[in-house]
Design a protein around this ligand. Structure first.
Ligand SMILES: Cc1cc2nc3c(=O)[nH]c(=O)nc-3n(C[C@H](O)[C@H](O)[C@H](O)COP(=O)(O)OP(=O)(O)OC[C@H]3O[C@@H](n4cnc5c(N)ncnc54)[C@H](O)[C@@H]3O)c2cc1C
Ligand code: FES
Length: 366
């Protein structure tokens, strides 16, 4: 049977129990892959090495838009924010929120390659939640002990499925190590957020989670040999910590500059400050870290307990804009955090810094 799935009859559809053959028509040719029962089309294509378009991999950005040409599919999350502008009557879907119910043909309006140019091909792993640590009143870090080691680039993220929670959540790696047996993640709690509530509750330590990754292109590569500018809001600092660890490993700040702007509300909301102070001390004057306080005017220029860390008042992209004037030469910029903060930073980098899109890498956490 070849028909497009319609939202109203999906609830009654059984999920496929066997692998389905998926064919994707793209601007760069036709590719095929198989999709396991219950697996989303995006994850199935990515784990076969196809560079299907995506950003968040969790239903919010809308980048993974595709059209079902033939075959039946099941939309896992109808209300996904990324689906708001889809032409559903024409068969448009989000690849990251849709599963195949049988063999199908899709059309993806993008160039697709058969292997990512630089990054590892993502895969599924299971993991055990360990060392859950509260860093501030609403920020928790934890480690996931992986079932098999994972190679990833600094700045990448994984998606995590927690027991009893609908859908996956994206979290950026904080640590950086080759063939990682454990990954460190950090979560800023969102009011009434499903994952945050679970993580801050009693059942998370020792729980088994499902992990898919690595994903993401906001990555650091020492051989690009650039000065580094990092602008992060809240838990957006996660991937920057991984980039700093990777840069330290390659002794990047011996010859290159680094500027980190970390936005939080008040002094009490800052975290990873000891690590920052240590990184600054190790970088021979080539690394500057500024904690930008949006809801408090700092009474001094550096942190009272961590003197290597500078303090400034204002929104983080405005603080970065003031401090970076005239210093945008030969750099790669990284931005991560809540979407309005990321948009503000991107405007600054393009209009004030004159940076081209190829010199900016970002993740929107929403
Ligand atoms: C690339 C990227 C990296 C990120 N890295 C971090 C990080 O390092 N630290 C951090 O704190 N946050 C990070 N985030 C944000 C994070 O993924 C979560 O959105 C945030 O933690 C809130 O999750 P929650 O479950 O508490 O809130 P909720 O409001 O319950 O869920 C938020 C997100 O979960 C998914 N979701 C919710 N309900 C469903 C459903 N029924 N079916 C399918 N999916 C659903 C959606 O993506 C939704 O936006 C990142 C986001 C992205 C896109
Ligand atoms: S990648 Fe599917 S909505 Fe973002």
């Amino acid at each position: 049977m070849t028909s497009l799935a319609r939202a109203e009859n999906l609830a009654a559809e059984p999920l496929a129990h066997e692998h389905c053959a998926v064919s994707v028509e793209t601007k760069s040719g036709v590719f095929g892959f198989d999709c396991a029962p219950g697996e989303t089309l995006l994850y199935a294509g990515l784990r076969h090495g196809l560079t299907l378009p995506h950003e968040c991999a969790t239903g919010t950005c809308g980048t993974c838009r595709a059209r079902v040409m033939t075959g039946e599919v099941d939309v896992a999350w109808e209300e996904a924010p990324g689906a708001a502008r889809l032409k559903r009557d024409k068969g448009d879907i989000l690849l990251c929120q849709t599963r195949a119910l049988g063999d199908c043909v899709l059309r993806v309006p993008a160039e697709v390659a058969e292997k990512p140019a630089r990054h590892q091909i993502p895969a599924y792993r299971t993991g055990l939640m360990e060392n859950i640590r509260r860093l501030t009143s609403d920020v928790i870090s934890f480690e996931v002990a992986l079932s098999t080691p994972m190679e990833f680039d600094a700045g990448q993220f994984v998606v995590v499925e927690a027991p009893g929670l609908q859908g996956a959540r994206a979290y950026s790696m904080v640590n950086f190590t080759r063939s990682a047996e454990r990954i460190e993640l950090v979560v800023k709690r969102k009011p009434s957020g499903g994952f945050g509530d679970w993580l801050f509750g009693p059942g998370a330590e020792g729980a088994e989670v499902k992990v898919f990754g690595p994903l993401g292109r906001a990555t650091f590569h020492a051989d690009e040999n650039k000065n580094l500018l990092m602008i992060a809001g809240g838990s957006g600092i996660a991937g920057m910590m991984s980039i700093l660890a990777s840069a330290a490993e390659s002794d990047h700040f011996r010859t290159r500059k680094g500027y980190v702007f970390f936005g939080v509300r008040t002094l009490a909301d800052g975290f990873y400050l000891e690590e920052f102070a240590r990184r600054v001390a190790e970088a021979n004057g080539n690394l500057e870290v500024t904690l930008a306080l949006s809801h408090e005017e700092p009474s001094r220029e550096d942190h009272p307990d961590h003197p290597g860390v500078k303090l400034a008042g204002g929104m983080v992209h405005e603080v970065a804009s003031r401090a970076m004037a005239g210093r945008y030469d030969d750099l790669m910029a990284y931005v991560a955090g809540p979407p309005p903060m990321v948009d503000g930073a991107l405007r600054t980098l393009i209009t004030q810094g004159g940076l081209s899109p190829s010199a900016i890498r970002y993740d929107k956490f929403g």
